[in-house]
Design a binder for this molecule. Structure first.
Ligand code: MYR
Length: 428
C-alpha cells in the first residue's frame, strides 16, 4: 500500500546542508526504505535511493528537469538555459553536441595537454616549501581545457579565469558571501565566454572545428537557428567548468595514493613499464583504470541530482505528487552495502571483472549519457585521473603533517588540507 508523501512538517534544509552526501542514505536507513518524504527549501520534497529509482528517474515521461534545480544553483553552477534544464528531444539534440566533443581521440588530446601542463607545473614545484595540489590541479586543468576547447587564454589572465571557473562549482552550494562570489564569477565568466562566441561568429577568431568553442558558436537548434549568445556561452562554460572541477577528483586521487601506498607502487610500476590504457593481452585491466574508478566510487563528488515529477506516481511505495521535487541519491548508491562489498573501504580491485550497469555506479549521474542527464564527460574524468595519478606516483615528493580528513560538510567535499606536498630541489 502506498504511503502518503505529505507527512513531513519540519524543513530539513539545515540537516541536508550539514551532511549533504549522507542525508538521503541515512534518512532511508532510518526508515528501512528506499524513499522518504521530507521538506526542503520550504517545500515538500522526496528523496530516493537505489538502482531502481535511478532508472525510473531517467524517464523523461515521468520526470522533468524544468525548475528542478534550486534557483541559486542555476545562477551559479549551471547557468540559465543550459542543457541540465532541458527534457526529451530538446535535451537529446543539445546533448549530442557535448557527446560529439568527447570522442576517444579528443579525450586523448585533452589528456596529453593536461600531462604537458602538469609536467610544466611540476618543474616549478621543486624546492617550494609548500605545494597545494588541489590549487595546482585547478590551474593545470584551466590552462589545458581552454586550449582544448578553443577558448583563448593569455598567461596574464590564467589565474583570474581559474578562480572564476572554480567559484562556479566550489561556492555554488554555499550560503552568504561565497555564494555571491560565485554569482559574480558566473557573470564574469559568461561575459568572457559570450565574447569568445561573438568573436567566432564575427570571424575574428577561428578555433578548429572539433573544439567546443567552434561547435557551440555554430550549433543549430532544432528550428535551424543558432543558439543565442548567452546560451552558447552557458554551454561553453558547461564544457570548460566541469573539466576544472575534475581537480576535486585529482585531489582525492592524491589523497588515495597517500593513504594506500600499495597503489602508489602499483601505478608507479605500471607507468615505468610504459603503462597504457589498453587492457593487457590477458584481458587484465590496468591498475590505473581500477584506481581511477575506485576514486570515483569511493570519494564524494556530486551528492544527488534533482528532478520534478510530471504526474502523480508511486515510487518505492511512496506516493509522489505531480510537481514534487525529487532528489536521487548518487553518493548513497555508490556506498550501498547491497551493491558494494565493504562500501566504505577503498578497494580498486573490486573493479576487476566488474559488470557495468548504468544505475548502480553513478558518480556523475545515472543512465545512458546520450539520453539521460548523466555527465557526458566521464571518459575525460577517468582519463585525467589515470594520467595524473600515474605521474604523481612517479614524482619524488614528501607529505608534510597536515589535516587529511575529508570535509563532508561542504559541496564538493575536499580533503581539508587540499593535499600539500613538498618536492625536493633535486628530485628525479
Ligand atoms: C560541474 O561543474 O558540473 C561538476 C561540479 C561538481 C561539484 C559541484 C557539486 C555541486 C552540487 C550541487 C547539488 C545540487 C543538485 C540539485
Amino acid at each position: 500500500m502506498a504511503r502518503r508523501s505529505e507527512g513531513a512538517v519540519w524543513d530539513r534544509t539545515a540537516a541536508l546542508l550539514r551532511d549533504p552526501y549522507r542525508f538521503i542514505l541515512r534518512g532511508c536507513r532510518r526508515r528501512g526504505a528506499d524513499a522518504f518524504a521530507t521538506r526542503l527549501l520550504l517545500e515538500p520534497a522526496v528523496c530516493v535511493t537505489g538502482p531502481h529509482a535511478a532508472a525510473v528517474f531517467q524517464d523523461h515521461g515521468r520526470f522533468t528537469r524544468h525548475r528542478a534545480v534550486p534557483r541559486r544553483i542555476n545562477r551559479t553552477l549551471f547557468g540559465r538555459g543550459g542543457v541540465q534544464g532541458l527534457d526529451g528531444a530538446e535535451h537529446g539534440h543539445r546533448k549530442s553536441v557535448f557527446l560529439a566533443l568527447m570522442s576517444p581521440e579528443r579525450v586523448a588530446e585533452l589528456t596529453a595537454l593536461v600531462e604537458r601542463e602538469f609536467d610544466c607545473a611540476a618543474e616549478g614545484w621543486r624546492g617550494r616549501r609548500k605545494v597545494v595540489l588541489y590549487d595546482e590541479f585547478r590551474a593545470v586543468l584551466t590552462r589545458a581545457v581552454c586550449t582544448w576547447a578553443g577558448v583563448p587564454l593569455v598567461t596574464a589572465d590564467a589565474d583570474r579565469r581559474t578562480a572564476q571557473l572554480t567559484a562556479l562549482y566550489d561556492y555554488a552550494a554555499r550560503v552568504g558571501p561565497r555564494h555571491w562570489r560565485s554569482r559574480l564569477a558566473r557573470r564574469a565568466a559568461e561575459d568572457w565566454a559570450a565574447d569568445v562566441v561573438g568573436r567566432i561568429r564575427a570571424g575574428r577568431i577561428e578555433p578548429p572545428e572539433d573544439t567546443a568553442a567552434h561547435a557551440l558558436a555554430w550549433h543549430r537548434e532544432p528550428d535551424g537557428g543558432l543558439l543565442d549568445e548567452h546560451t552558447a556561452a552557458v554551454e561553453l562554460l558547461n564544457v570548460v567548468r566541469p573539466v576544472v572541477a575534475v581537480s576535486v577528483y585529482l585531489a582525492f586521487a592524491a589523497h588515495a595514493l597517500h593513504r594506500h601506498p600499495r597503489w602508489r607502487c602499483e601505478l608507479a610500476a605500471e607507468a615505468a613499464a610504459g603503462g597504457t590504457d589498453e587492457a593487457a593481452a590477458d584481458g587484465a585491466v590496468p591498475a590505473a583504470e581500477l584506481f581511477a574508478q575506485e576514486v570515483r566510487r569511493h570519494y564524494p563528488f556530486f551528492p544527488f541530482v534533482a528532478a520534478r515529477a510530471r504526474h502523480d506516481m508511486v515510487l518505492h511505495g511512496l506516493r509522489i505528487a505531480r510537481g514534487r521535487r525529487v532528489l536521487l541519491d548518487l553518493y548513497g548508491i555508490n556506498h550501498d552495502p547491497l551493491l558494494w562489498e565493504a562500501p566504505d573501504d577503498f578497494r580498486p580491485e573490486r573493479f576487476r571483472g566488474w559488470r557495468w550497469n548504468l544505475y548502480d555506479f553513478v558518480p556523475q549521474g545515472a543512465g545512458d549519457p546520450a539520453t539521460s542527464h548523466r555527465c557526458p564527460g566521464e571518459p575525460i574524468t577517468v582519463s585525467l585521473i589515470k594520467a595524473v595519478s600515474r605521474r604523481l606516483s612517479r614524482l619524488d615528493y614528501e607529505v608534510p603533517e597536515q589535516d587529511f580528513t575529508v570535509d563532508m560538510g561542504r559541496v564538493p567535499a575536499l580533503p581539508r588540507s587540499r593535499c600539500v606536498i613538498r618536492v625536493p630541489e633535486a628530485s628525479t
